[in-house]
Design a protein around this ligand. Structure first.
Ligand SMILES: Cc1ncc(COP(=O)(O)O)c(C=O)c1O
Length: 449
């Protein structure tokens, strides 16, 4: 009998996270303050606790995972890896397709891997309240659960369009005890600024970040927590790739290509970075970030210093960006509607170590449905982007008769995204064109110094 689920025992939950900085050919570009000079750790203390700032700036290859965090990880980790036999058969491809299933976490995505770690470190630092933003609701759900586990109050600024599209995500966050508000709100200076310009603003991750950062910077008892982009977030997510490497060893295989949806870059970094260590020692593996054509940060963005949020409250980070005031079309993959990308992913892309591809909206839903009909799991719209790219490559292998090993991250399930699927079935979804003019306008506003 061939193996479908490749399962590690709980004792194999990694004991350390992997820090890709140790294997990068060049040190990461430093974050800058408003004056254009590199900032030190103290500049981040109004919004983050020092233990996480240390991780953010660390160049150590291995960072120990605290025992308390590993204990919580045991609720769903190690996550299973699957060989997608049925999808392979359906496509008639000689390629072998594997996926890591992060949808088995209680919140339904990869996001709890860092939410649990961040709540733990904030608790250790004596923080009582956390503020954050959420797009699709996956990150908000994850932090709400983590806050509940470690006894920390959580306020969530949820992008308005998602707040209305996904009422049950909101209920889920409330079930874990969080306070959820639709961003832009009139409760912060940042939110009021946006509403003044556009009272009907659908919101965007960059706007919600501005609000959540302000909420932390203006209250003594509150720190800010981010679900992607930053180095320490990607670090925590490397548990995905580290487990996957052990799972590939169990079946005596190794991927030729790895695909992951890329919004802020955390699940892509999480699954791909541990393989960069192998690449650094000469192994050939293609690491491909997949993004929407309507928000093509890596494939059409500029590599420049920009703000992480819309209003300009965060330090400047060197990253691929569409411009901090770019508001992407309201596609149903809320987690991929971010103007920037992780500085680490951006630098590795700039240096040609990782690759990227952009895929159109309708084709991603088509791929998600093909996957659901073959493998049973209904993927999140964000995840469908990686499935599209994997299926395209598998079909390419069919043409060339190459038996490549393809691997993707099933970053989340789509159980709270059925409105989007519903619209797809009724023919109400469109292929948003690449918004060239809007991007050019926004790029013109990149900070100059
Ligand atoms: C299911 C899912 N996949 C992928 C992403 C993309 O985020 P990131 O690039 O930070 O992993 C998100 C973000 O919300 C998500 O919810």
């Amino acid at each position: 009998m061939t193996t479908t689920k490749i399962i590690l025992p709980e004792s194999e939950i990694p004991t350390h996270w992997y820090n890709v900085v140790a294997d990068m050919p060049n040190p990461p570009a430093p974050p800058l303050g408003p004056d254009g000079n590199p900032i030190g750790p103290e500049a981040l203390t109004p919004i983050f606790p020092m233990n996480l700032i240390e991780q953010e700036m660390s160049a150590e290859r291995w960072i120990p995972i605290p025992e308390e965090v590993r204990k919580v990880y045991q609720l769903w980790r190690p996550s299973p890896m699957y060989r997608a036999h049925r999808l392979e058969e359906m496509l008639g491809t000689p390629a072998k397709i594997y996926y890591k299933n992060e949808a088995v976490s209680p919140a339904g995505s990869h996001k709890p891997n860092t939410a649990i770690a961040q709540a733990y470190y904030n608790k250790e630092a004596g923080v009582h309240r956390l503020s954050t933003e959420t797009g699709a609701g996956q990150w908000g759900s994850a932090l709400s659960m983590a806050g509940q586990i470690f006894g920390i109050e959580v306020i969530i600024y949820m992008v308005k369009v998602s707040y209305h599209q996904k009422p049950y995500r909101r209920s889920m966050m409330e079930a874990w005890g969080a306070n959820v508000v639709a961003s832009p709100t009139d409760q912060t200076e940042a939110g009021r600024k946006i509403l003044e310009k556009d009272p009907d603003s659908p919101g965007a991750l960059g706007i919600a970040i501005s609000e959540a950062v302000e909420a932390a910077a203006t209250r003594e008892d509150t720190k800010y927590s981010l679900g992607s982009v930053l180095n320490h977030v990607l670090l925590h997510q490397t548990i995905i790739g580290l487990e996957a490497k052990k799972q590939f060893e169990m079946v005596g295989d190794y991927p030729d290509m790895i695909f992951a949806p890329c919004g802020g870059g955390s699940n892509f970094g999480g699954i791909a970075f541990p393989f960069i260590a192998d690449k650094a020692s000469g192994k050939e593996v293609h690491l491909v970030a997949t993004e929407p054509i309507s928000c093509p940060t890596l494939t059409k963005g500029h590599y420049a210093y920009d703000f992480g949020d819309t209003v300009g409250l965060t330090p400047l980070m060197q990253m691929y960006t569409l411009g901090h005031d770019f508001v992407p079309p309201a596609i149903h993959a809320g987690g991929l509607r971010y103007h920037g990308d992780s500085p680490l992913v951006s630098q590795l892309y700039h240096e040609g170590i990782v690759e990227a591809v952009a895929v159109p909206n309708l084709a991603t839903f088509e791929a998600g449905i093909t996957f659901a009909r073959a493998e049973g799991i209904i993927p999140a719209p964000e995840t469908c982007h990686a499935i599209r790219a994997t299926i395209d490559e598998a079909l390419n292998c069919k043409e060339t008769k190459e038996p490549k090993t393809l691997f993707f991250n099933l970053s989340g399930h789509g159980h709270f995204d059925m409105t989007a699927y519903d619209k797809y079935f009724r023919g109400e979804l469109e292929d948003y064109a690449y918004p060239e003019e809007a991007i050019a306008e926004s790029i013109a506003n990149l900070p100059k110094f």
